[in-house]
Ligand binder design. Structure first.
Ligand SMILES: NC(=O)c1ccc[n+]([C@@H]2O[C@H](COP(=O)([O-])OP(=O)(O)OC[C@H]3O[C@@H](n4cnc5c(N)ncnc54)[C@H](O)[C@@H]3O)[C@@H](O)[C@H]2O)c1
Length: 371
C-alpha cells in the first residue's frame, strides 16, 4: 500500500508519502534531492521514544542526532535551542537538512527550528504517531508552547517532504492511538461526504486491530482519507486568512483551554479535541445550529471509544479550574486579536460562530453543565 499526495501549501509543494515501511536514510536523501536539489549536512531530530525509529532509518549510517525529552512538556524554547545548537555543531549550512522523526511535538519543534536556522534551512518530517500523520505533519504550522499557552510562538513553514510509515505505529502506546483517533474523528466530521466517518466506524478501538492485514488496510485508508481532507483545506486557505482552514479548529478552542487549565501534558491533545467536539456540539445545539441527531451521533461515536464526554470535564470540577479554563479561552481570544471563534457542527459539515454573536456567559454556563 502506498499513497502519495502533493499539496501546494502557500506556493510550497509538500510531497506526502503514506507507505508501509520506514524510509531509509538513503531513500530520504534521494527523494529530497529529486525535489529540492542538493542535500547538505543532515541532522536527525527525535525524542527518547522515537530514537529507536531514527536509528532504524539510519541503519549503518552514522549521522548526528538530537534526542529531545518526550512529550508536550518538552515543546519549549529550550528544545528549539537544543535543535539549533545541534545543527550548528553538526555543521549544517543553509543547505542543511533537518529530519524530524516523531509525533506532533517533534515535527512542530523541528519545523520551527528549521524555519529560523540561518533564516530557513531544509526540512523533512517522518511522522511516527497517528496524530502526527493525520494532522500535525501536514499544513505548515510550526511552534512551541510558552507561558502555559500552547503554540504561542511559531512560524509557518510547510515541509517539502513528509513520510507517514505505518510500520512506525507498531510501537505507539494505546493512549497515543486514542489521542490520534480524536483528531481523525474531528477530520471525519468536517468531511461533507461522510465517507471518512464510515471508514472510522470500521476501525476497531483496539489499536492492534490496525495491525492485522485487514485492519492495517482500513487504517491506511483512514489516514490517507484524513490527509487528503486536511491537505485540500490547507491548500485552499494556507494561512487561515479565509474561512476554510478555520474549520480545522473544530473542537480546538475548547481543547486548548482544557489543556492549558489542566496543565500542559495532563490531557493528550487528541483526547482534549474529542472532548472539545462534545462542547462544540453543545454550543451548536444551544444556538440551534447543530441538530440533536448530529449531537447524538458524534457523542455516541466518542463514547463508544471511551472518550471523556462529560461536561464539565472532571479536570474542571476542581477548585479554580473552571476559572483557569475561562482565562485560557480569554488568552486564546487575545491571540486571535479579540475575534474568538467557535466551530460548530451542522447537519453536514461545520460553521464558524463568532464569540461576539453569542451571549457572553453562554460558554461558561455550558462549561458548568447549566445549559
Ligand atoms: N502543526 C500542526 O498543524 C499541528 C496539528 C495538530 C497537533 N499539533 C501538535 O502536535 C502535538 C501532539 O502530537 P502527538 O500526539 O504526536 O504528540 P507527541 O509528539 O508528544 O507524541 C505523543 C507521545 O508518543 C510518543 N511517540 C510518538 N511516536 C511514537 C512511536 N512510533 N512509538 C512510540 N512512541 C511514540 C512520543 O514520544 C510522545 O511520548 C501537540 O503539540 C500539538 O500542538 C500540531
Amino acid at each position: 500500500m502506498k499513497q502519495e499526495y502533493t499539496f501546494i501549501v502557500d506556493r510550497t509543494p509538500s510531497y506526502v508519502r503514506i507507505q508501509e515501511e520506514l524510509p531509509s536514510f538513503a531513500g530520504i536523501c534521494a527523494d529530497f534531492q529529486g525535489l529540492n536539489g542538493a542535500v547538505g549536512r543532515v541532522l536527525l531530530v527525535c525524542d527518547t521514544n522515537t530514537a529507536a525509529i531514527a536509528r532504524k532509518i539510519l541503519g549503518k549510517e552514522e549521522r548526528p542526532r538530537c534526542v529531545l525529552p518526550a512529550g508536550e512538556t518538552a515543546k519549549t524554547w529550550a528544545s528549539v535551542e537544543a535543535i539549533l545548537r545541534a545543527g550548528q555543531e553538526a555543521g549544517l549550512g543553509r543547505d542543511g537538512l533537518f529530519i524530524g522523526v516523531g509525533g506532533g511535538v517533534v515535527s512542530d519543534l523541528t519545523a520551527f527550528a528549521a524555519s529560523i536556522y540561518m533564516r530557513g534551512a531544509s526540512l523533512c518530517l517522518v511522522s511516527t504517531s497517528l496524530l502526527g500523520m493525520v494532522d500535525a505533519a501536514v499544513g505548515g504550522k510550526t511552534g512551541f508552547d510558552l507561558g502555559g499557552l500552547k503554540n504561542l510562538a511559531g512560524t509557518f513553514y510547510p515541509a517539502p517532504l513528509i513520510y507517514m510509515p505505518l510500520d512506525s505505529l507498531v510501537s505507539l502506546p494505546p493512549p497515543e492511538w486514542k489521542s490520534g483517533m480524536g483528531e481523525l474523528i474531528k477530520t471525519a466530521i468536517l468531511d461533507d461526504t461522510g465517507a471518512l466517518l464510515g471508514q472510522l466506524r470500521l476501525l476497531g478501538s483496539d489499536p492492534l486491530d490496525g495491525m492485522d492485514p485487514a485492519g492495517r488496510e482500513r487504517l491506511f485508508v483512514a489516514i490517507a482519507g484524513s490527509v487528503g481532507i486536511k491537505g485540500r483545506i490547507v491548500e485552499a486557505d494556507p494561512r487561515e486568512t479565509g474561512a476554510e482552514r478555520m474549520r480545522l479548529n473544530l473542537g480546538h478552542t475548547f481543547a486548548h483551554a482544557l489543556e492549558s487549565a489542566a496543565g500542559l501534558g495532563q490531557v493528550s491533545h487528541g483526547e482534549a479535541v474529542a472532548w472539545g467536539l462534545v462542547c462544540a456540539c453543545e454550543l451548536g445545539y444551544a444556538l440551534g445550529l447543530t441538530p440533536l441527531d448530529r449531537v447524538e451521533a458524534i457523542d455516541g461515536l466518542l463514547r463508544d471509544r471511551s472518550y471523556e464526554t462529560r461536561v464539565p470535564h472532571p479536570f474542571l470540577t476542581a477548585p479554580g479550574k473552571l476559572e483557569a479554563f475561562m482565562r485560557a479561552l480569554d488568552g486564546d481570544k487575545k491571540k486571535k486579536a479579540g475575534d474568538l471563534r467557535f466551530i460548530v457542527p451542522l447537519a453536514k459539515g461545520v460553521t464558524a460562530v463568532s464569540a461576539k454573536d453569542i451571549a457572553a456567559d453562554l460558554v461558561e454556563r455550558i462549561m458548568r453543565g447549566e445549559h
